[in-house]
Unconditional design. Sequence first.
Length: 225
Amino acid sequence: MTELTLIIGNKAFSSWSMRPWLALKHSGLPFQEILIPLRQPDTAARIAEHSPSGRVPSLRDGDRVIWDSLAICEYLAEIAPAAGLWPEDAGARAVARSVSAEMHSGFVGLRTHMSMDLKAMRPGVGHNPESEADIARVLELWRATRERFGADGPFLFGRFSIADAMYAPVVTRFITYGVEMDEVGRAYAEAVMSLPAMKEWVAAAKAEPWDIYTDERPTGVFVAP
């Protein structure tokens, strides 16, 4: 098998990079990682060497290049079916794809006002009607999927799936910005943050020397709930 190469941005800030990285870790497939720091003078040129869209992440598998987070996850589900990256049941799988696609295309308020930042704790920042509406929807979605499909484990569909990879950066946002969660949300966040792969990502993120922000912000230690 050709060794996969995943091209990502800063682990502290690139939520889209986190998603397929977690899926790759769960797949058990060997892969190399190329990290391109964002907002540097050579960032665009370096990314263009790997991604036709000019964005990260992208996945290289031999002469194949896949350059979208959800598309990468779907590709991994195809080449590593034993990993169970989607639920086995067709109905659960359809819902898992729906909630993943909703994350992929929606939640603009949350993305805009509460960008992923694993280098700081910012309780109270970014809370406004747009982000609060998105937060309410996310918590509703977590409750509904856990109640309907979560009997076999602590994740949205019981066992870890692509849906959890898609919402993992949201978990970090909720922690960073001090979002109040209900009991279901807190338990789910704890399960995500307890993943060995998630712990590895967060540790690497906090060790990064780069900071893409130029504004002042509160600093602190990022910890799991």
